[in-house]
Design a binder for this molecule. Sequence first.
Ligand code: DGY
Length: 322
Amino acid sequence: MSLPKVFLTRRLPNAVMKRLDVESELLLPADLDAGATREELLDAVTKVDGLICLLSDRIDEEVFRAGSGLKVVSNYAVGYNNIDVALASKHGVVVTNTPDVLTACTADMAMSLLLATARRVVEGDELVRQGDWQGWGPMQLLGTEVTGATIGFVGFGRIAQATMRRAAAFDMRCLYWNRTRLSESDERSLNVTYVPLDQLLPQCDFVSVHVALCDETKHLINRERLQSMKPSAILINTARGAVVDEAALVEALQAGWIGGAGLDVYEQEPAIHPGLPALKQTVLAPHLGSATMQTRTKMGELAVENCLAVCRGQQPPNPVNA
Ligand code: DGY
């Protein structure tokens, strides 16, 4: 039996590359570390059964038109806003993603940003590194108390719930808003309270964003909503940048409508609004939510599993549109 032809757009951890080498006829971009150019992607999809791509690869009409033999687009991410899923379905292409395996890792990142922003860890690091530290000071770099504070989750899927369990360990009061509300018994067992979004925001010391990006959630956290938050509140975003209006966020931070922001994601990655790094009350990470070797390897294994299953005519573990 011939091996399925697969195009991988960028290098993944070794264990994943080895499996693809054995179980597929693997096509790769010329510079595996820089990733496929648009031209390489459009050329490769004319020759393969399966595509394994990243959140930075735009999979649109042009790709589906070129890839008339394409059976599957396996995204190496849980989010799939980089893929036109409706169009994929129209072209009979299965789209898959990598949920679950990155939940804990991303929740750890949300908590890291929350703690680092609240406790001014980056400002402190800079002070020490630059040799400007004059010794312990009673009023030096005072931050925001985390223990006992109120946190609100905007979106309450797997990653939000994992972040909530971490927040609960800090004795935080946990509120959530989600498109669909949990059952009363689930709310009781998780010890969370549902609050409509516009009532949730003004009550929270921390707001952590976890909704998927789609037309309905683009700029969900807009100027008015930022204005409604506490002046001391800290916004955490590990979901997708465009859920927050980035220009409005800069305005909110500059004007003191909110107290700080810990961000892992941005509207136009890798570009960021120049106002963000200019502000001391921001902690800015370069989209590291799932960035541990263990998690990235598990994501790769799942992406390969999804891709090969469809190529072999089997049901993939994580279909998005099938
Ligand atoms: C995802 O999977 O959607 C993250 O943003 C990257 O791991």
